[in-house]
Design a protein around this ligand. Structure first.
Ligand code: HEC
Ligand code: HEC
Ligand code: HEC
Ligand code: HEC
Length: 245
């Protein structure tokens, strides 16, 4: 059977279009699957934007050890938006394909008022430094490798509050020293979604958002108490002002 001229043309335009993924052309590929036509995975569950994140990158690479892939999925799973690290291209935009590699532009909490670290991206290392990873709360991994393949533990960004050596105030007393039956999980004082095993659900929106969440039940710094660093906790049998060192 003779190949139809229109099919040949389609294949040709398609080949030119694909060159756009390399940054050489801004022609959208034919059969454009939206943003995920050039990077990401159009079969991934979620929004078109979620589908556009690596892996795969714009050159077809998928390994987490590639700088263009890195910890994208680890961040998306924790609810970190694209806009935290990129200026997000509008629908149909092709001007962002300007090489030689992707632009990282931090915004939001990483550069916000509570910032203790100027947010930086160092492609050569490749590492980041920013408030989320280093809120000046005793974290052990303050400039994590973007290409690391093992998850960060709770103690990477702040005291894990799970043992006396890595705790503040009366954390270890409540979390570790009390008998198992009365021992408290992180969520008891910090809210739904926080637990010693992990952070999820509604807590993803408040975790590392720039302000510390402590539930009212703790009565933290309650005006009834005169001194600073006190609790007026309604979970105690006798509600009195207690000092939290
Ligand atoms: C925590 C920060 C962070 C978040 C969140 C993030 N990215 Fe990235 N992104 C990066 C870094 C770092 C690179 C690598 C930059 C470089 O190559 O210098 C990158 C690169 C990319 C690239 C270029 C891949 C290539 O082949 O060069 C695409 C596409 C991309 N990101 C899309 C997204 C989308 C879509 C989202 C949201 C669904 C997202 N990113 C969320 C940090 C982030
Ligand atoms: C024609 C291919 C193509 C399409 C379609 C495309 N991108 Fe990209 N995109 C790239 C390439 C290539 C890069 C790597 C950066 C570069 O080459 O300048 C990139 C980089 C990115 C980045 C990293 C930040 C940046 O600007 O460098 C984000 C975020 C991104 N794309 C999101 C999107 C979104 C959202 C859409 C849909 C609106 C989209 N892309 C459509 C090819 C494409
Ligand atoms: C008994 C209540 C309680 C429990 C249980 C608790 N916290 Fe806290 N947490 C607090 C209070 C009160 C503060 C505020 C202290 C301050 O501002 O100095 C705090 C502060 C923090 C901070 C900020 C750093 C600091 O030390 O001020 C982190 C991080 C934290 N908690 C994590 C955790 C984790 C992780 C768990 C579970 C392993 C947990 N907390 C369990 C009451 C609690
Ligand atoms: C990527 C860094 C990072 C990791 C990893 C991390 N946290 Fe946090 N966490 C933060 C930051 C930053 C804060 C400071 C408060 C804020 O900005 O919300 C915080 C605060 C908290 C708080 C106090 C409530 C709040 O959000 O204000 C709890 C509880 C907590 N983290 C629990 C955990 C647990 C449990 C783990 C491990 C499963 C963990 N965190 C891992 C960055 C991290």
């Amino acid at each position: 059977m003779r190949t139809s001229p229109s099919l040949v043309l389609t294949a040709l335009i398609s080949a030119i279009g694909l060159a756009g993924c390399g940054g050489a052309s801004t022609t959208p590929p034919v059969g454009d699957q939206g943003c995920a036509g050039c990077h990401g995975d159009p079969t991934r569950a979620g929004t078109a934007l979620a589908q556009a994140a690596p892996p795969m990158d714009a050159h077809g690479l998928t390994a987490r050890t590639e700088v263009t892939v890195g910890a994208h999925q680890a961040h998306l799973a924790q609810g970190v938006a694209c806009a935290t690290c990129h200026v997000v291209p509008a629908e149909g935009d092709r001007t962002h394909i300007d090489g030689p590699h992707a632009m990282v532009t931090f915004s939001g909490n990483v550069v916000g008022a509570n910032d203790t670290v100027v947010a930086t991206w160092n492609r050569d290392q490749p590492t980041c430094a920013n408030y989320c990873h280093d809120p000046a709360m005793g974290g052990a991994v303050r400039t994590p490798l973007w290409t690391r393949t093992t998850p960060l533990t709770c103690g990477a960004c702040h005291w894990d509050q799970q043992s006396q050596a890595t705790t503040t105030g009366l954390h270890d007393y409540h979390v570790e020293t009390l008998p198992p039956a009365t021992r408290l999980d992180c969520g008891a004082c910090h809210g739904v979604g926080y637990s010693t095993a992990g952070v999820g659900g509604v807590a993803l929106a408040t975790h590392a958002d720039g302000s510390l969440q402590v539930l009212p039940v703790v009565g933290w710094q309650d005006p009834t108490c005169s001194g600073p660093r006190t609790c007026y906790a309604s979970c105690h049998a006798v509600k009195t002002c207690r000092y939290w060192p």
